[in-house]
Design a protein around this ligand. Structure first.
Ligand code: ATP
Ligand code: MG
Length: 363
């Protein structure tokens, strides 16, 4: 899919934005704090209905203004009708319309594909497990029907169950209800993650091996015994684990088994990348993960996702930067931001320059 037109009003520091992209490569340049990341955020927000960088959505509305508006038009597949997405952000709510019909944000996931790569992703290996779980949930979970709903249900049940644990366990009926829900939804998430990883991991590992010539292995580390990806079996494993840690859970006031405690481990030639891999190797892993996401979209949906790269290319060394550009060449529509430097791209593209929320095409 590709963007045909983007318009925004009072989004972050953009008063008015009208953007006519190139079908393949779009480069946005500018000095610090001028609106490059805001532009990438606007595209992502339009495609997903949430921001990956705003703590609260009111931050998206230009200061002193009542609401922000983003309109985007996408061509999904040649010959199909275009997709119009209109999003209004107000201080207390947002409204999303697809081709004039109000929808919930969850529906966007079924229609559009996007792969985002920001400097925060470079923490995926070194950072804490929440980041890796977010990766599983947000980036891979969208490929599994019902995943996001299961995740919501599981979170709700966990909140209730943890509250009971902190009050000494609650009544037996309450306790059983929420324990059962945690196990049911938790097992579904676990099962979906394992199935997704089965297909996704080889893609990432092959890319890594091709670039670096070393073996990458990605392992799912679970708080539950994992013997296959069958949800029913996992549910009973999760129930057993919970039963087993009953006393401990009451002591700490937290649910200790389930997908919310799990992690991903990255191994290069059998060694834990978190402790042993150089910064360059860690970046190569992340790059492989991201490009594998692009391939995953293509395989699962037969469509090209849109690729958003905020400031990451210059974090990579020249050969890897080249590898990214080559891997992306002709694959999908790319939007990338770079600093003020002139960007040495060889492929056909459009270049834009942004100053204080004004975006202009260059050349
Ligand atoms: P860098 O190169 O440092 O990453 P950038 O061009 O990516 O810079 P952005 O993050 O896109 O910068 O833009 C930051 C600018 O947007 C800041 O000047 C900030 O004050 C402004 N800004 C952020 N939110 C709003 C808002 N709601 N209303 C008006 N301006 C805002
Ligand atoms: Mg930025």
């Amino acid at each position: 899919m590709f963007l045909l037109h983007l318009e925004a009003r009072d989004f972050r520091n953009y008063r008015e934005l009208h953007f006519e992209p190139h079908p393949s490569l779009n480069i946005v340049r500018g000095q610090n704090a001028q609106g490059k990341s805001n532009f990438i955020e606007a595209l992502y927000y339009s495609l997903r209905g949430f921001s990956y960088r705003a703590a609260r959505e009111v931050e998206l509305i230009r200061w002193e203004k009542e609401s922000a508006l983003i309109k985007s038009i996408w061509r999904l597949v040649e010959g199909d009708p275009d997709l119009n997405i209109r999003t209004v952000v107000k201080p207390d709510r947002k409204e999303i319309q697809l081709n004039g019909r109000p929808v919930r944000r969850g529906e966007l996931v079924n229609r559009t594909g996007v792969v985002l790569f920001t400097p925060e992703d470079l923490w995926l290996i070194k950072g804490g497990p929440e980041g890796r779980r977010r990766f599983l949930d947000r980036e891979l979970g969208v490929f599994s029907a019902g995943y996001l709903e299961d995740l919501q249900q599981c979170r709700r049940a966990l909140t209730q169950r943890n509250a009971l644990l902190r009050q000494g366990g609650g009544s037996r009926a309450e306790n059983e209800l929420w324990t059962e829900q945690v196990c049911r939804y938790g097992a579904r998430i676990l099962s979906a993650r394992l199935k997704l990883l089965r297909d996704y991991v080889p893609l990432a590992c092959r890319l890594f091996n091709r670039w670096v010539g070393e073996d990458l292995n990605i392992r799912y580390q679970s708080s539950v015994v994992v013997n296959g990806a069958d949800a029913g079996l996992l549910e009973s494993n999760l129930a057993k684990a919970t039963q087993h840690r009953k006393e401990e859970e009451l002591r700490v006031g937290q649910t200790l088994s389930g997908p919310h405690r799990d992690d991903l481990q990255f191994l290069i030639n059998g060694r834990d990348a978190r402790s042993f891999a150089s910064q360059g190797r860690q970046r190569a892993i992340i790059l492989a993960l991201k490009l594998a996401q692009v391939r995953f979209w293509q395989l699962r949906t037969g469509k090209q996702p849109v690729i958003l790269l905020d400031d990451v290319l210059f974090e990579l060394d020249a050969p890897r930067r080249q590898a990214v550009l080559e891997a992306l060449e002709g694959e999908a529509q790319v939007f990338l931001t770079v600093g003020d430097a002139v960007f040495e791209s060889v492929s056909e593209h459009k270049s834009f320059y942004v100053t204080d929320g004004n975006l202009r095409e260059e050349g």
